[in-house]
Design a protein around this ligand. Structure first.
Ligand code: ADP
Ligand code: MG
Length: 291
């Protein structure tokens, strides 16, 4: 394509809410054959709400301790838990020694209790086992596509908090459009396999890579590249930044974190997956008509 065509393309992109870092980006977009989609905040809105708490402890204690740790978190799950806790209990105690393990969960000390909120792996890593009743409650919620997190304090797993997220209204259409453009969609998530499968089924996606931390997301992209694919990745989170940088074409949701936006080649201003379809169409149009 001529420099003029690229510039026109870049300008057209801006009108569509597809902000391209540099004109050369459109050239890589044309060659993409696989599109990896992050789940939370990308195909879903990422605006989560707490739907239930399963516990034998007092629900107030669960919400107070988990809520005060999550107040320090910038994750959508954390926001949901903190908001629910504040609404129920008012002001929460301040967390000490807050630590976030990206794609896994959070840890902090509240009122002298060491509190963990996150995936099973987070608890295991801290030597905490998950009793059968909590494991069952967790599994049952996940089969319906809900995300769950475990809460532990003082070395004992105490609760399962169930949060629900909703698909962005246009995600299913975007997946259909991407397929029509001969792109293979792959769902990639730090969330577990059960939840990921339920969401993938709703969207008509066959390929799922679940339960991966940020390094695992990078490894997944590299594996696809080694298999000869040219890979686009769409993501929104801090946990997606490295994978976006590794992919051949990184697309970040404009509604996402700064880290993701910086790591991407294209920013989708509308925060809508259909803009990813526009980006691919646009690059193909430029490179087929003008040559
Ligand atoms: P995705 O890849 O779908 O965007 P993340 O990688 O952000 O999801 O999160 C993966 C998993 O890590 C979550 O499903 C949750 O179990 C856990 N997790 C991450 N951050 C937190 C947090 N602040 N509080 C509790 N759990 C968390
Ligand atoms: Mg995300």
């Amino acid at each position: 394509a001529t420099p003029t065509a690229l510039l026109v393309g870049t300008g057209r992109g801006a009108q569509l809410g597809v902000l391209v870092k540099g004109p050369e980006v459109l050239e890589s977009a044309r060659k993409v054959d696989t599109i990896v989609l992050d789940k939370t905040g990308t195909v879903t809105t990422g605006r989560m709400t707490v739907t239930s708490v399963h516990t034998e402890a007092a629900e107030e204690d669960v919400l107070r301790l988990a809520g005060s740790v999550e107040e320090a978190s910038d994750h959508p799950i954390g926001a949901a838990i903190a908001t629910t806790a504040v609404r129920r209990l008012g002001e929460l105690p301040t967390v000490q020694g807050f630590h976030s393990i990206h794609g896994c969960g959070v840890r902090g000390v509240v009122d002298g209790h060491t509190v963990l909120v996150g995936r099973t792996e987070l608890l295991v890593r801290h030597g905490v086992t998950v009793p059968e009743d909590l494991g069952n409650a967790k599994e049952a919620a996940e089969l319906t596509g809900r995300t769950t997190v475990l809460v532990a304090w003082d070395g004992v797993a105490r609760a399962v908090i169930v949060v629900s997220d909703t698909l962005r209204p246009s995600s299913a259409q975007a997946v259909r459009d991407l397929r029509a453009l001969k792109l293979r969609p792959v769902l990639l998530t730090g969330d577990n396999e059960t939840v990921a499968r339920a969401v993938a089924n709703e969207l008509g996606i066959d390929d799922v890579i679940a339960g991966v931390d940020p390094a695992g997301k990078v490894a997944a992209i590299e594996r696809l590249q080694r298999d000869g694919h040219v890979v686009a990745m769409v993501g929104d989170g801090v946990n997606d930044a490295a994978a976006l940088a590794t992919s051949d074409l990184g697309l970040s949701m404009g509604t996402g974190t700064d880290a993701a936006i910086e790591a991407g080649d294209i920013s989708l201003v509308r925060g809508d997956l259909l803009a990813a379809v526009d980006a691919v169409r646009l690059s193909r149009r430029i490179f087929t008509t003008i040559r």
